[in-house]
Design a protein around this ligand. Structure first.
Ligand SMILES: O=C1O[C@H](COP(=O)(O)O)[C@@H](O)[C@H](O)[C@H]1O
Length: 223
């Protein structure tokens, strides 16, 4: 992995957006389509604000989340809601969005159909990930009920229930995330930096982010 540190997070968000746009643009020179997976949570909003204005053929780009909470789109907990407000707007409004939620009672009911659509855009051209201070990435949490299934195997999407997560989730599996042609992890603050250093010494069962570190570029700003 490569670690890039930035003087401030505003600069970091602009640089990460510019790298993602460059990678998509380059992929579209040799392929008809490209795919981009992005996280939810509190960190990536400013990246989306910049990326949605990037000059590229967004109508040839499939956009999906790395993970979603099993809630309808109008819930304040929905990662899709964040995406619609801050990424799938401006020039990026014409991108093809592949949801990770369907109106079914449980993720188990919805996943087969959702995973089928995603299988058509793999491997991911570019994948942006966040990380929690507990070393989870996407919705692959330490202590989650289906952690081993999410860390290894053939599944594209895995339903996930975890002690720290109030509702069921669905997550791209670690092999799908690790299979992305380019992978960026964006983190801020000393607590997450310490967590990252710890994760480098731990197995993925204890620190799920460790499953996607190899070959990734980590972007970190202190504040
Ligand atoms: O729950 C989630 O958490 C992680 C980290 O989020 P952050 O708020 O600490 O940035 C995020 O990457 C993931 O997509 C999200 O669903």
């Amino acid at each position: 992995m490569e670690l890039i540190t930035y003087a401030d997070s505003e600069l970091m968000m602009i640089e990460v957006a510019s790298r993602l746009a460059g990678e998509l643009r380059q992929a579209l020179q040799s392929s008809e389509t490209a795919s981009l997976a992005v996280p939810g949570g509190t960190t990536p909003g400013p990246i989306f604000d910049s990326l949605c204005g990037a000059d590229l053929d967004w109508d040839r780009v499939a956009v999906l989340l790395t993970d979603e909470r099993w809630v309808p789109e109008d819930s304040p907990r929905s990662n899709t809601r964040l995406l619609r407000q801050r990424l799938l707007t401006g020039k990026a409004a014409v991108a093809r969005y592949l949801p990770l939620y369907a109106p079914a009672d449980t993720p188990e009911e919805g996943i087969p159909q959702l995973a089928e659509a995603i299988s058509g855009v793999l491997p991911l051209t570019a994948c942006l990930l966040g990380m929690g201070a507990d070393m989870h990435t996407a919705s692959i949490f330490p202590g989650a009920d289906r952690l081993s299934e999410a860390l290894a195997g053939d599944a594209i999407l895995v339903p996930m229930r975890a002690p720290g997560a109030p509702e069921p989730r669905v997550t791209l599996s670690a092999p799908v995330l690790a299979g992305a042609i380019s992978r960026h992890i964006v983190i801020t603050g000393p607590e997450k930096r310490e967590a990252l250093e710890r994760a480098r010494t731990l197995p993925p069962e204890e620190a799920p982010v460790a499953a996607v570190l190899k070959g990734a570029t980590i972007h970190w700003a202190e504040s």
